[in-house]
Design a binder for this molecule. Structure first.
Ligand code: HC1
Ligand code: SF4
Length: 579
């Protein structure tokens, strides 16, 4: 333990603890932009955290960056002295000298760490800005999912760190020198050509608008205001528990009903639930899995997470034969909206536009896949991330927190079981599948509904489930985050993994912390567990908790698909991958 003072307050710090870290523990704010404690990232590149310090016996105080200077016995630190303030302000002014100045048009406007810090240091003029400084910077819009705008990069390197150390993808590198320094994709490739899987985790840690989703809110408004078009919205399991925060509601609040009201208010014709399609996917995936097990093919990987599919295609094409062919719930719902629904409702499918609200950037990529078209029509016309939905509601003057909840009113594709609801968290797809596989294999319900052994939060978890009868014990694994996914794929390829079924979600936590979700400032995944707890509560509160007992799903098979894995179901609800 070492003793020091910060702004006159006596403090105790651990050996080698930085000034920034100790100050934070005592509630003393020091502005920073590059540092992110949640991912243990202190590159010391932004230099905004300058403070004055003086050691015992030293003649005069000195300046230091507090993120990488340890507290020393007897040190006195001033974070708010005139020299510290002036130095912090100068650093922010220098960062803004080569930063695009058009904040009003930025996707991050109003929720930007750079704006916050500029306010904190009292920046009122920007003496050094010159548009020439950013003329040569790259704006990469090659990906259907994400935009990388280097005119807004402050070189904090958080994106490089999360992609390399968090996700193990390692697609990003620092490029350029001096003033041209920025972040690029490895080997000078564009985002589309690169090894990036569009998981969007880098967007969640970017302090500015340098990384973001492709904004498609205008496209949706055009569809809504076209009298010829019938808009069919769906929203993902995780969206309802992650969205309220944007409007000041507590983390994990379930705003399903308010989202339905909001979508109706902006002019949605029909609002459906992706949870319904999650139940449908369980029916198809369970049938497929039992067939594969019967044929001795193991393991099978889940296929609902599009960043995982991208990862498998780009990084491990040898693993593709092990992926389930079942389309994701989002795409399956798209198919239902352009086949069964128009048949039932008497609408011309060509007039339908399907809009999916997802906590995910990679879903935009998925929707643009050629093999996910139905006779020339896209199954999903537009994907909006949760962030874009917030933007859209603001543009329409809607405050979600003030809305009364309402219910889905479509009789064909909006009911869901508890199993469909838990898709949004790591382990949820596996648990939902187990509930149904048992029934399909044995013709009776499992005597348990909740499977604690599938529910932890470690990167890779494994468990065994006794399915009884013909199947016996099934060995499963659940994995969230791409770094653990890489490890398990390598084990499988090396013949060292003994699993029947493996669930993979590319984002740590699963969709509740998807890369299309709302951005937190100076925090990474702060509300994961609260969002997750609400999903389990939604499951517990549902009268029907197994996908096969969802009456709308039963009607869909009776009236249209015949049975799980029938020729028709296979044609409509299964896909192929790009090797
Ligand atoms: Fe997900 Fe899925 S759970 S992929 O994580 O299978 O995005 O929430 O919608 O499609 O249902 C995301 C979430 C989502 C699909 C489902
Ligand atoms: Fe890396 Fe994911 Fe960002 Fe692509 S989207 S650069 S894979 S963190």
């Amino acid at each position: 333990i070492v003793h020091a003072t910060i702004n006159g307050m006596a403090i105790e710090a651990e050996e080698n603890e930085t000034i920034l870290h100790a100050a934070r523990r005592y509630g003393i704010y020091i502005p920073t932009l590059c540092e992110l404690d949640d991912i243990d990232h202190t590159p010391g590149t932004c230099r905004v955290c300058l403070v004055e310090f003086q050691l015992p016996g030293a003649a005069s105080p000195k300046l230091a960056t507090s993120c990488n200077t340890p507290v020393v016995e007897g040190m006195t630190v001033q974070t708010r002295s005139p020299r510290a303030r002036e130095s912090q302000r100068l650093q922010v002014e220098l960062l803004l000298a080569d930063h695009d100045q058009d904040c009003a048009t930025c996707v991050r406007h109003g929720n930007c760490e750079l704006q916050d810090v500029a306010q904190f240091v009292g920046l009122r003029e920007n003496r050094f800005y010159d548009p020439k400084f950013i003329e040569e910077r790259e704006i990469d819009d090659s990906s259907p999912a994400m935009i990388r705008d280097m005119t807004k990069c402050i070189r904090c390197q958080r994106c490089i760190a999360i992609c390399r150390d968090g996700q193990g993808v390692d697609a990003l590198v620092q490029v350029g020198i001096g003033q041209d320094k920025a972040v690029g994709l490895k080997y000078g490739l564009s985002q589309k050509e690169s090894t990036c899987v569009t998981c969007g985790q880098c967007v969640l840690v970017c302090p500015t608008g340098a990384l973001g989703e492709r904004d498609e809110t205008d496209k949706v408004l055009e569809m809504i205001y076209d009298p010829e078009i019938v808009t069919v919205f769906q929203f993902a399991p995780a969206v309802r528990v992650a969205f309220g925060e944007e409007f000041g509601l507590p983390p994990g609040a379930n705003v399903q009903g308010q989202i339905i009201t909001a979508l109706k208010r902006i002019g949605a014709d029909i609002v459906l639930d992706t949870n319904f399609a999650a139940d449908l996917v369980i029916m198809e995936e369970s049938a497929e899995l039992l067939k594969r097990l019967g044929a001795g093919k193991r393991p099978t990987f889940t296929s609902c997470c599009p960043a995982w599919i991208n990862f498998a295609e780009i990084h491990y094409p040898q693993i593709l034969p092990y992926l389930s062919s079942t389309k994701s719930p989002m795409q399956s719902m798209g198919v239902i909206c352009k086949t069964y629904l128009p048949e039932k409702m008497g609408i011309d499918p060509k007039k339908i536009r399907t809009i999916a609200i997802m906590p995910c950037t990679a879903k935009k990529d998925e929707a643009s896949r050629k093999q996910l078209e139905l006779e020339g029509m896209a199954e999903i016309d537009v994907v909006l991330t949760t962030r874009e939905l917030a933007r859209l509601l603001r543009r329409e003057g809607i405050n979600l927190a003030k809305l009364e909840p309402s219910g889905f009113d479509n009789p064909y594709a909006s009911e869901f079981s508890g199993a469909g609801a838990i898709f949004g968290t790591t382990g949820g797809v596996m648990e939902a599948a187990v509930r149904t596989m048992y029934y399909v294999a044995n013709g009776t319900e499992y005597d348990r509904i909740e499977f604690e052994q599938l529910r932890g939060f470690e990167g890779v978890r494994s468990a065994t489930v006794d399915m009884g009868g013909k199947i016996g014990v099934v060995k499963v694994a659940m994995c969230h985050g791409l770094k653990p996914a890489r490890a398990i794929v390598e084990q499988v390829l090396a013949g060292q993994a003994d699993f029947d079924f493996i669930e993979i979600m590319a984002c740590p936590g699963g969709c509740v912390d998807g890369g299309g979700n709302l951005r937190s400032k100076k925090a990474y995944m702060p509300n994961a567990l609260k969002r997750r707890a609400t999903l389990y509560n939604v499951d517990r509160a549902q009268k029907v908790r197994q996908s096969h007992n969802n009456e709308q799903i039963q009607a869909l098979y009776r009236d249209f698909l015949e049975k799980p894995y029938s020729d028709k179901a296979h044609h409509l609800l299964h896909t192929m991958y790009n090797d």
